[in-house]
Design a protein around this ligand. Sequence first.
Ligand code: 89V
Length: 342
Amino acid sequence: MKNLRFAIFGTGFWSRYQLAAWREVKGATCVALYNRTRAKAEGLGREFGVNAIYDDPAELLRREKLDFVDIITDVASHAPLTQLAAKSGVPVICQKPMATSLREAESMVRFCADRHVPFFVHENFRWQTPIRALDVELKRGAIGKPFRARIDFISGFPVFENQPFLADLEQFILTDVGSHALDVARFLFGEAKSVCCHTQRVHKNIKGEDVATVMLEMVNGMTVTVNLAYAGNALEREAFPETLIFVEGENGSAELVPGCELRVTTRAGTQSQKVPPPSFSWADPRYAVVHSSIVPCHKNLLRALQGRGPAETTAADNLRTVRLVFAAYQSAASGRTVPIKN
Ligand code: 89V
């Protein structure tokens, strides 16, 4: 199996974990780092033994022989950096959210497709251990045919302390966590045919919405509600950064509850299993369930880059998630339900 050489574009808060997670995956080596502020890239390079440091992405692409780039920059630079790499014929992995608008995401996908450049989105929530365990139970028919589900990411965690740029986003929770949660909805329950959404802002010192309530009518007939909040309030069940999910089926119900516990209830009673993420020394324990999911996400993308099978989160697939995010904004602004063309 060929060992792939890659570069990371962007060396902010998230890159350290992404780079550490790449080390868990055999078959890919980071050979270069780019960051606008060179000193930041040098710091990460020293920590991880990466010596080729650039503050110009075009120069990096000219000089380094790469099999792919992993883009972990702010969302506004995803499109130009993706296009830059694709022009050099270098496959791209781009962090979620893919783009600042649906139109921009569509043009990125088209740009790469026209050049036959593989393009993937790093979307890791669907790879979390509890969510995979829930999927297994649903697929084996543990609760019969599901008819309704609730996906909750409701937290008072001071997320702006680690990621201050989030406070400046005009569109915040739906693009940040909503991208993840709506992708989880698609992963578990398939495509949506309409979206209805209401948003609120509770924090006074941020630009975007920090609360969103989304109702999806699914193609399979299910109703899925997605409740998102980073309101900074105190909660009895503070579960950051776990996604709590409750699914009602014709024969029972299944629930992911705080503490990575999966509870399945049928007429025979309730069965509980602990579904904790694998532990990695480099993961921040406060983010364990998310950080650990970076590893299987990388593995799945690498498999595709090595031509060993399809990836789940191709950019073309992720466009469907992006469509839901922006349909939610459209619904919140208009007060109307927005139909989704599949
Ligand atoms: O993965 C993310 O998008 C982070 C979170 C804190 C949710 O893990 O913002």
